[in-house]
Design a protein around this ligand. Structure first.
Ligand SMILES: Nc1nc2c(ncn2[C@@H]2O[C@H](COP(=O)(O)OP(=O)(O)OP(=O)(O)O)[C@@H](O)[C@H]2O)c(=O)[nH]1
Ligand SMILES: [Mg+2]
Length: 496
């Protein structure tokens, strides 16, 4: 994982992030409300012992059998212990959540040594899991030789700090983990800029509350080479300098991103005026979206058993069996509790989903709890204004699905299609369903297009279905079915 590693590049998010992470000295003011919460009587019905027990989650630790492999890994990877606080839902839900956290940690390049959940009514305001449990956790961390503790959930800066003081290793939360994966996976300039912006906005909230307890800045170094005049001054605290550096960097990134968004808008407008319908393949991360795109178009898009393998949307041209053109786009996967910073950062990418004519909502039917994924994804759809776009639910990985889970899914989503991107099962039906759902080519036209209107001829090729065509001395004679908008443009060339 690289989130907290200082790579030495001045003023990049990574550097600022790393520097500030070293000094997450922020102790959130302990408010009266916290005190009440901490001392409030428990209302749950579980036995006290059970409620407070740290429960080891079976099968979570990465198997490291070969010694040389262990050595190799410990050089390259961080060794982590996972911790989840379970406030509601069943034990199964808590385990699933921790299994997902394991998958996230491994995607980020960590070796998972141990995973534990604890049941409590609310996370502890000071240390997240409570002081006593934190001590036990320290023992687990020591005995496994872990160097990082990853908490499932979003921790307040003060909680991170206090927990770190007890367990004596670095503590990161789920949001930082997801940001880290995004940082590792972003490829395009825009993607990188968006992730950096998200990391900085995560960091800025962690700076809050530092204020006066910080030592005064010695002047000079912190601004780095790029800082210079105006970035520091005598008597200015480090936090203020940090804030300014961060906000300057954030404004710059925002400006860059907005330029990039403009050029994408232009592309998208073109698509809209061309009236080629857009189909967006969306869904939870690792659902098999890229595999499905490959299966549908032989696109050769990266497929990985990793979360967030795809960050840069890929668009492919496709055709229905009756020859109508449309675009198919692969999108970034969603995840439960997608950090707010990332929803913001990826809003423009996600908004393409809202602009689609059709969403193929891909669901991993082999997952233990696909319904939870379905509803998380729909929440994001609502957030980005995509809830009115027609949606075809595609239950993927049916080759590996538990029949019982499939049965439940069928009951919940009676119109869903069942496919396997691996075996190809159900793919023809899926193609037919897409063709059905796309806007119709409902205009029959017979035209004579002069040779100087080659642009219209190509549009008929691209957007329509040609019944007959003939090159004559005057131009191209065509008989075709086309979308309404194009039919309007062809009117003046009508021929009998
Ligand atoms: N058994 C089975 N596995 C599948 C199927 N489709 C995809 N997978 C596997 O699921 C994993 C994720 O596939 P991807 O296509 O990368 O999933 P994605 O939704 O694009 O994932 P992200 O881009 O990371 O959000 C890979 O290991 C695939 O081989 C399927 O039909 N059956
Ligand atoms: Mg993908």
């Amino acid at each position: 994982m690289n989130t907290f590693v200082d790579r030495g590049s001045l003023d990049s998010a990574e550097e600022i992030f790393a520097e500030a992470a070293d000094r997450t000295a922020a102790v959130r003011p302990y408010t009266a409300e916290d005190a009440v919460e901490a001392g409030s009587p428990d209302q749950g019905e579980l036995e006290l012992a059970e409620r407070h027990a740290l429960r080891r989650v079976e099968g979570l630790s990465t198997e490291l059998t070969d010694v040389s492999e262990v050595e190799q890994r410990s050089l390259r990877l961080e060794r982590v212990v996972l911790m989840g606080v379970w406030t509601s839902g069943t034990q199964q839900d808590a385990d699933n959540s921790l299994i997902e956290l394991k998958h996230l940690a491994e995607t980020a390049g960590a070796a998972v040594l141990e995973g534990m959940t604890q049941r409590r009514r609310k996370p502890d305001p000071a240390t997240y899991i409570g002081r006593g449990k934190a001590e036990e956790l320290r023992e687990a961390v020591e005995s496994t030789g872990a160097d990082t503790l990853v908490c499932d959930g979003e921790l307040a800066p003060g909680q991170l700090r206090q927990l770190e003081d007890i367990v004596k290793v670095k503590v990161i939360d789920r949001t930082a983990l997801i940001l880290d994966i995004f940082a590792q996976h972003a490829r395009s300039r825009e993607g990188k800029a968006q992730v950096e912006l998200a990391q900085l906005s995560y960091l800025v909230t962690r700076l809050r509350g530092w204020g006066t307890t910080l030592s005064r800045q010695a002047g000079g170094r912190a601004g780095g080479g790029n800082g210079g005049v105006g970035l520091r001054g005598p008597g200015e605290t480090k936090i203020e300098t940090d804030r300014r550096r961060i906000s300057a960097r954030m404004s710059k990134l925002r400006r860059q991103i907005s330029h990039m968004a403009t050029s994408r808008d232009v592309k998208r407008d073109k698509r809209q005026t061309r009236q080629v319908p857009a189909v967006s393949i969306s869904g939870y991360t690792n659902a098999g979206k890229s595999s499905l795109l490959n299966r549908l178009t032989n696109a050769g898009v990266l497929v990985h058993d990793e979360l967030f393998a795809t960050l840069d949307p890929t668009v492919r041209q496709a055709r229905t069996p009756d020859g109508r053109a449309f675009t198919l786009s692969d999108t970034v996967g969603f995840v439960r509790h997608l950090p707010h910073e990332l929803v913001e950062a990826f809003r423009s990418t996600l908004e393409e989903v809202a602009d689609a004519d059709l969403i193929l909502h891909v669901v991993d039917a082999s997952h233990p709890d696909p319904e939870q994924q379905l509803s998380s994804v729909r929440e994001v759809f609502a957030e980005i204004g995509a809830e009115d776009v027609p949606e075809v639910v595609v239950l993927n990985k049916t080759d590996a699905a538990d029949p019982l889970v499939l049965k439940q899914l069928r009951a919940k989503e009676p119109h869903a299609l069942e496919v396997s991107a691996h075996t190809g099962a159900g793919i023809e039906e899926l193609i037919a369903a897409v063709a059905d759902a796309l806007p119709d080519l409902d205009r029959e036209v017979r035209v004579m297009l002069p040779y100087d209107r080659g642009d219209l001829v190509s549009r008929v090729y691209e957007e329509g279905r040609i019944v007959e065509k003939e090159h004559t001395g005057e131009g191209t004679r065509m008989h075709a079915y086309v979308p309404r908008l194009l039919a309007g443009k062809l009117d003046e060339y009508a021929a009998v």
